[in-house]
Design a protein around this ligand. Structure first.
Ligand code: NDP
Length: 314
C-alpha cells in the first residue's frame, strides 16, 4: 500500500514537473507588462532562493537590484550574474538596520527614481532538523517580521504608479499556517484573531509577536499553544502572513493607477544554507512561485498566500 508520505511526494513531484514545463513557455507580448526599465528589488539575495529570484527576474528582462547585508559577498554574487549578461545591479541592504534602509532608499531615489517590484526574501532561522530552541527568538522575529515590515514601509513611497500596479512579494512559509493538517498552532485565541482578516490590524500582529516574546522571556511559551517545532521561525512567518493581508487591504484603498498588490508564498522545503541543504527541491524550483507572482500579467490579485503557483489557505 502506498503511504501518505509517498502519495504527497508523488503529488509534489508531479506538480513540480508541471511547473518546470510551464516555465518553458515564454510570456507573450500581451502578458509582458514589464520592460528593461522595470526595476525589481530582492532582499537577502546574495545566495539561496533570493539569488535565484534575481537570476530568474533578470532572465525575464527586468533590471534587478540584488541586495545583501554583506557588501563583499553581494558584489561577488551580482558579478556572477553581470558576467552572465544579466541586467543586475547591487546595493548593500541590512533590513535590521534603519540607517542601511534609509541609505538604500536614497540610492534608489537617486539612481532609479522608482521601483516596480519588491521581493522580501531576507530571513533567518536557527533551528535545523528536529532541534527546537527559542534562544534566538528575538533575532528571528526582528529580522523576519519587523525587518520585512520596515523595508516595506520605507519602499512604498518609492513604488511606481502604473496601470498594472506595483508588486510586493513576501517569502514566508507553510510553517506559519493557521489552519489545516499542517498547522502546528494550538492557541485558539491567536488563531481566531489572525484569521479574522476584516478586523486584523498591524497592532494585533505586533501584539501577538510581543506576547510570544514575553512568554519566551518568562519561560512560559511551552504552554502558550505555539508550534512546538521551528517555534520562533513559525511565529515570525505567521506574523508576516498576517501582515501581508493587512497591508493588501490597506493598499487596496489606493486609487486606480496607484495600486500596489501584496502577496506571500511558501517556496517549499528548499536545499539552501537555511535548511543545511537538506530540502527536497532546488533553489531554482523554490524561487519559481515568487517570480511568477511578481510578474503576474494584468490581474489584481492581492492579500493571498501561494505555493507551487497555486493559492493555499493561510
Ligand atoms: P538562506 O539562508 O540561503 O538565505 C537567507 C538570506 O537572507 C541570506 O542572503 C541572508 O544573508 C539574508 N539575510 C538574513 N538576515 C538579513 C538581514 N538582516 N538583512 C538582509 N539580509 C539578511 O536561506 P533561503 O534562501 O532558504 O531563505 C530565503 C527565504 O526563504 C527566507 O525568508 C526563508 O525564511 C524562506 N524560506 C525558506 C525555506 C527553505 O526551505 N529554504 C522554506 C520556507 C521559507 P547572509 O548570507 O548575510 O546571512
Amino acid at each position: 500500500m502506498v503511504g501518505s508520505k509517498e502519495k504527497s511526494k508523488e503529488k509534489r513531484d508531479k506538480r513540480l514537473q508541471e511547473i518546470s514545463l510551464l516555465r518553458t513557455i515564454p510570456y507573450s507580448d500581451h502578458q509582458r507588462w514589464w520592460t528593461s526599465e522595470t526595476v525589481a528589488v530582492v532582499t537577502g539575495a546574495n545566495r539561496g532562493i533570493g539569488f535565484e529570484m534575481v537570476r530568474q527576474l533578470a532572465g525575464h528582462g527586468l533590471t534587478v537590484i540584488l541586495t545583501s547585508r554583506d557588501e563583499n559577498v553581494g558584489v561577488e554574487a551580482a558579478k556572477i550574474l553581470q558576467e552572465g549578461g544579466f541586467n543586475v545591479d547591487f546595493h548593500r541592504l541590512d533590513i535590521l538596520d534603519s540607517s542601511s534602509i534609509q541609505e538604500f532608499c536614497k540610492w534608489i531615489k537617486e539612481k532609479y527614481g522608482l521601483i516596480d517590484v519588491l521581493i522580501n526574501n531576507a530571513g533567518v532561522n536557527y533551528n535545523v532538523g528536529s532541534d527546537n530552541s527559542v534562544e534566538f527568538s528575538h533575532m528571528v522575529i526582528s529580522t523576519n517580521y519587523y525587518g520585512t515590515k520596515n523595508i516595506i514601509k520605507a519602499m512604498i513611497p518609492l513604488m511606481r504608479h502604473a496601470s498594472q500596479g506595483a508588486r510586493i512579494v513576501n517569502v514566508t512559509s507553510r510553517l506559519g499556517r493557521l489552519k489545516g493538517r499542517h498547522s502546528k498552532l494550538e492557541n485558539e485565541a491567536v488563531r481566531a484573531k489572525l484569521m479574522d482578516v476584516d478586523s486584523l490590524t498591524e497592532e494585533i500582529v505586533d501584539k501577538t509577536v510581543s506576547e510570544f516574546l514575553k512568554q519566551v522571556e518568562e519561560e512560559t511559551w511551552e504552554s502558550g499553544g505555539w508550534p512546538h517545532s521551528f517555534t520562533d521561525y513559525s511565529v515570525s512567518k505567521m506574523a508576516v502572513n498576517a501582515y501581508t493581508r493587512v497591508l493588501a487591504r490597506e493598499l487596496s484603498e489606493r486609487p486606480e493607477g496607484e495600486k500596489i498588490y501584496a502577496n506571500c508564498f511558501c517556496p517549499g522545503w528548499v536545499k539552501t544554507a537555511m535548511t543545511g541543504y537538506a530540502g527536497n527541491i532546488s533553489a531554482e524550483d523554490g524561487a519559481d512561485t515568487g517570480v511568477w507572482l511578481a510578474l503576474l500579467p494584468d490581474q489584481a490579485i492581492t492579500g493571498k498566500f501561494f505555493a507551487e503557483r497555486r493559492e493555499i489557505n493561510f
